[in-house]
Design a protein around this ligand. Structure first.
Ligand code: DQA
Length: 146
């Protein structure tokens, strides 16, 4: 796949999980919308979710071998804790956009720090599930310009 979407822990519960922060859209809905948009643009896109740090790291390593061009990643709680996942994306050297459904800066102070933002092309936070589609739109135009 040319593009990879990575969803971190607890995002499998989207739709049911704290809708005040994360909305009512399920992860399957998000992945379907992304797949449809990518297909319409003639771009290959894969989605992956895991609740395990090591599985996320290994998916990033595999992306490097697959020649994935860009990653859209919502590291979820690992955003604020995982030096290991940060090191994996740095090692893979694949440019990425960091997405959060909620506005992490309007929430608890421990959510204000990200181990990813300084490495990201850019960050989208607080636009709900739309954020993923906006990130995809940007990458589609970037792929065309590359
Ligand atoms: C999140 C924000 C994180 O702080 C939180 O741990 C999540 C989801 C978001 O998409 O808003 O699990 O990444």
């Amino acid at each position: 796949p040319r593009l990879l979407v990575i969803h971190g822990p607890n995002l499998n519960l989207l739709g049911a999980r704290e809708p005040k922060y994360y909305g009512l859209t399920t992860l399957a809905d998000i992945n379907l919308a992304l797949a449809r948009r990518a297909e319409a643009a003639g771009v290959q896109l894969d989605s992956f979710q895991s609740n395990h740090e090591g599985a996320l790291i290994e998916r990033v390593h595999a992306a490097r071998d697959e020649g994935v061009r860009y990653i859209i990643i919502n590291p979820a709680a690992y955003t604020h804790t995982s030096v290991a996942l940060r090191d994996a994306v740095a090692a893979a050297g694949i440019p990425f956009i960091e997405v959060h459904l909620s506005n992490v800066h309007a929430r608890e102070p421990f959510r204000h720090r990200s181990y990813f933002s300084d490495l990201a092309i850019g960050v989208i936070s607080g636009l709900g599930s739309e954020g993923y589609l906006l990130a995809l739109e940007y990458l589609i135009s970037k792929l065309k310009a590359d």
